[in-house]
Design a protein around this ligand. Structure first.
Ligand SMILES: NC(=O)c1ccc[n+]([C@@H]2O[C@H](COP(=O)([O-])OP(=O)(O)OC[C@H]3O[C@@H](n4cnc5c(N)ncnc54)[C@H](O)[C@@H]3O)[C@@H](O)[C@H]2O)c1
Length: 357
């Protein structure tokens, strides 16, 4: 399958090697800054890779007869590029967030369906060993009646991070701490809490990044359709370094706390059922030196298998839309000063720019 990557910046080293490893024929790399392509090849030790290079992705689409494209550009450009690729009949694996509005996410899902191609979203933390362990316990009913899920993302991003590229920290092309950094934690809250959400309320603020228009801290409260409650706190305001991403799942017969920088460690695993207690013995995740974790590799392997028709796509456009919807619901709740009922039919980060936080 003929593959190309659009966007060769910071996250691209989590794409190119795994595209090769999972058996895609990497035919082209595209970045508006051609130096980014060189940097990616150097960073991944692939300087000898024989690929075509493009600075205009539309020219690449016309000339490369691609089957699949991965999109790792700024968040504000995902939907336009993805829709263009999908309309060319090309399957798309897009970085999170899949889009910055509900309408764009829905259009991407609809066009992929019309074209009969796949739309995958890189919400790789759904595939972490720690996540899979909790999912296993949930699927066995080991928590009994689930009470609540609590998520804290306590990270650090200083001005030098936001100054790396003009799209960062803007409503037009990024969103703030919740949309960029905390979306994975919110995604896991949704996964563990039962996916279907009735109501969301939240507040956001910008406390320590006065040069940005977006939030650097936010809280959210969620009522799931099954009665479970979710509480969320996320920030990029920690002093000097990331502290943790912590997810607590509390049920009648079990308690789990995932911790570490990206909720990859199991700090508490406490269940009434001894068989479920024993599951922890097999928990041996590969070490990671990156806040992104290890699971882009799994995203790629599963996406390839879905393209080959050997299994359904797990992290699809609907999954991407659910995470996006939860972030947008907190934004909308803050902006309108009310509890928001899901499903959201319309909202965009751009609406947040209409008045200061
Ligand atoms: N899944 C994760 O854990 C994770 C982690 C980091 C970033 N991301 C997401 O990946 C995306 C990229 O983030 P990043 O940190 O790599 O950003 P970045 O700014 O480092 O890289 C983006 C690259 O895209 C290029 N680009 C922009 N528009 C383009 C276009 N039209 N055609 C071709 N190239 C174009 C830029 O020149 C740049 O090199 C963002 O949406 C971000 O949210 C996901």
């Amino acid at each position: 399958m003929r593959y190309a990557l659009i966007g060769c910046g910071r996250i691209a080293p989590q794409h190119l090697p795994f595209a090769l490893e999972s058996g895609f024929e990497v035919v082209a790399l595209c970045d508006t800054q051609s130096s980014a392509i060189d940097s990616l090849l150097a960073a991944t030790g692939l300087c000898d890779l024989s690929v075509q290079r493009f600075t205009d992705y539309t020219k690449m689409l016309e000339s490369c007869a691609l089957d699949v494209v991965a999109i790792a550009t700024d968040s504000g450009s995902h939907s336009e590029i993805a829709l263009n690729c999908l309309k060319h009949g090309i399957s798309v694996l897009v970085e999170k967030p899949m889009a910055l509005s509900i309408e764009d996410a829905e259009e991407m899902i609809a066009v992929a369906q019309e074209q009969g191609v796949l739309l995958g979203v890189c919400q790789q933390n759904r595939l972490n060993d720690s996540t899979l362990l909790v999912k296993d316990a949930l699927s066995r009913g080991a928590f009994g009646t689930l009470s609540h899920v609590s998520v804290q993302v306590r990270w650090w991003r200083d001005n030098s991070y936001y100054e790396q590229a003009p799209w960062r920290g803007t409503w037009e092309k990024d969103g703030g701490a919740l949309m960029n950094q905390c979306i994975h934690g919110l995604d896991l809250m949704r996964l563990f809490g039962g996916e279907e959400i009735r109501q969301v309320s939240g507040y956001i603020a910008n406390r320590n990044h006065p040069s940005l228009e977006v939030e650097d801290v936010g809280v959210g409260f969620v009522r799931f359709a099954n009665g479970v409650i979710g509480t969320f706190e996320g920030t990029t305001n920690l002093y000097e370094k990331n502290l943790e991403e912590r997810i607590t799942v509390i049920g009648e017969k079990g308690t789990v706390v995932l911790s570490g920088e990206s909720a990859q460690d199991v700090e508490v695993w406490h269940f009434a059922d001894p068989e479920v207690m024993a599951l922890l013995k097999h928990f041996d995740p590969p070490p990671t030196d990156s806040v992104y974790g290890n699971s882009h590799r799994r995203v790629y392997h599963l996406f390839k298998e879905a393209l080959e028709g050997t299994r359904p796509l797990a992290l699809d456009g609907r999954c991407g839309k659910r995470a996006l919807e939860l972030v947008l619901a907190i934004y909308q709740s803050h902006r309108e000063g009310r509890t928001v009922t899901l499903p959201l039919t319309s909202f965009s980060t751009k609406e947040m720019s209409l008045s200061p936080l």
